[in-house]
Ligand binder design. Sequence first.
Ligand SMILES: Cc1ncc(COP(=O)(O)O)c(C=O)c1O
Length: 391
Amino acid sequence: MRTYVSERSRRFTESVIREMTRLCAQHGGVNLAQGFPDFPAPEFIKAEAVRALEGDVNQYAITWGAKRLRDSLVAKQRRFTGLAFDPETEVTICCGSTECMAATLLALVNPGEDVIVFEPFYENYGPDAILCGATPRFVRLREPDWSYDPAELERAFSNRTKAIIINTPNNPTGKVFTRGELEHIAALCRKWDVIAVTDEIYEHMTYDGAQHVSLATLEGMRERTVTISGLSKTYSVTGWRVGWCLAPVALSAAIRKVHDFLTVGAPAPLQEAAAVALESPPDYYERLATSYREKRDYLVPALERAGFRTFPPRGAYYVMTDISGFGATDDVSFARTLVAAVGVAAVPGSSFYHEPSAGRTRLRFHFARRRETLEAAVERLGRIKAGALSA
Ligand SMILES: Cc1ncc(COP(=O)(O)O)c(C=O)c1O
């Protein structure tokens, strides 16, 4: 019998996060699995979106992005990194950084070429690599600080390597790549003539003095880096689907072509609101980081008290934990039991590794939640010690 679905689409599975979200709803639990805020977006951003809709910004924007947004983005990028980009030729606005990553890999990587990915990795990178026919080469980030072995990274580079994906601050580990690590990565990219694709969606969430360094600012990297970020996390609007790629002209031209045929454009009225969001003063970003640090400092000790070993994050809004203390050897069944018996949903660690066995004793929680939601989660986690998990 004929198989209707493509081989490509059969090479990856649906996200486990969705199953956890479904189970969570079924058990009336607190969802610390899928990473999006449960608090409102800033009023001024919503007001700009309303203004744009009422002003009849309802038709397609220019495929690579509304002019006002591109101008606002390059101004922000210059303020934060000192780098200058041409809004006419070096910016592509997409439907979220998710589309940015897919469009970038489809535009730049040929079937059979290698793409280096640090693992544990954000779920999408695996399917993204498969969709463009690339061979992912994984390099392990190791607990407790999620550093990598320089020799292992060096061994991953070869003449077949076309690109390396770097997500900093990192999901799921909360690692913020240090300048030294990025210098090492940059040197390897220059040596092997490799493109760096950076996912900097958590760029404004760093804690304890950790500094976000944009790889494109390092020597010789501006011309070989695609810098990806978006509105979702910084402005708490994950449903708006606005993201961007900043890249040299030739790379941007290819990304723009793929983007045009994938989605034509990102939502036009929300691009207008995004242009204003990106003009936010420095204290907006400081308050954002402070509020996430407070959430981290509330959840992480509570997880420790409940029996999880934690690897405290220095960026982003996730914490990876070790469940070996519970005698657990299967993260998926542990996550199912946790949501059913205790009412807290988290993501099984194996979903962030290409070999699931590497994540069998890991569980990821996120803390993009209102204080009341985190309090409800902490109260439930307190039931573990009372024997809820063995019930
Ligand atoms: C590392 C990383 N990149 C990208 C995304 C998705 O971003 P967007 O909403 O801009 O598509 C997420 C969302 O969780 C993420 O964690």
